[in-house]
Design a protein around this ligand. Structure first.
Ligand SMILES: CC(C)(COP(=O)(O)OP(=O)(O)OC[C@H]1O[C@@H](n2cnc3c(N)ncnc32)[C@H](O)[C@@H]1OP(=O)(O)O)[C@@H](O)C(=O)NCCC(=O)NCCS
Length: 178
């Protein structure tokens, strides 16, 4: 288990110091930790379906992937990473519970992954639909556009996939070196 120390720098909840006059929000909990899940990964299926809405697609990587769950007074976020060979890791799924998004949990998971795999690999890839909000998240976490797989979503999913009102077609890969 990976536990945040009290002096780990963390961003505050949104609204902090934003001039709104609202009370200063609490920082992410000092008891926040990230745990690797080895068995019964499907118990987190609801969270995984936020990142990849077709269960059959999740089944393609869940068992061979390393799964991590972030707890902060309860489960808040999860991710799955696979090794694709030659030092290339791929973030296959990442999701934060909707009520707790934009509080830094996703970024915490990404930084945790980079700490964990840095000594083992060259780079991490992530494939996403061409949706500005998701691409902004990855960009904010240090990923840059790499390549695309045309028609991935239209050819591999059994129904049209929409995100933020955008129908997904190509898979856009982003990459960050370790
Ligand atoms: C993508 C996702 C995992 C991000 O998790 P999160 O915990 O909300 O992310 P963070 O709070 O750590 O965000 C870090 C930074 O990313 C960027 N970012 C995150 N969400 C964003 C959004 N919706 N729009 C624009 N930028 C965003 C911001 O720069 C943010 O920093 P800021 O809040 O200080 O501005 C979350 O939105 C989610 O679960 N979405 C549904 C599942 C999904 O689409 N997964 C990705 C599949 S490819």
């Amino acid at each position: 288990m990976w536990r945040f120390h009290k002096d780990t720098p963390r961003r505050p909840y949104p609204g902090h110091g934003d001039g709104t006059g609202l009370p200063s929000p609490a920082p992410l909990g000092s008891e926040m930790d990230i745990r690797q899940i080895h068995g019964q990964k499907k118990q987190y299926l609801d969270l995984l379906l936020l990142g990849d809405e077709q269960e059959e697609m999740i089944d393609r990587y869940l068992e061979r992937g390393d799964m991590f769950v972030l707890h902060d007074e309860g489960v808040k976020a999860a991710c799955v990473v696979t090794h694709e060979g030659e030092g290339i890791y791929e973030l296959k799924n990442i999701a934060t519970l909707p009520a707790f998004q934009r509080r830094g949990y996703g970024r915490c998971l990404i930084e945790f992954l980079f700490d964990r795999y840095r000594a083992l690999g060259k780079a991490m890839l992530v494939g996403t639909g061409e949706v500005p909000s998701t691409m902004n998240f990855y960009r904010a976490c240090g990923f840059r556009p790499s390549h695309r797989v045309e028609r991935f979503f239209t050819e591999n999913y059994d129904h049209p996939i929409y995100e933020d009102g955008i129908r997904l077609t190509d898979m856009v890969y982003m990459r960050r070196e370790f």
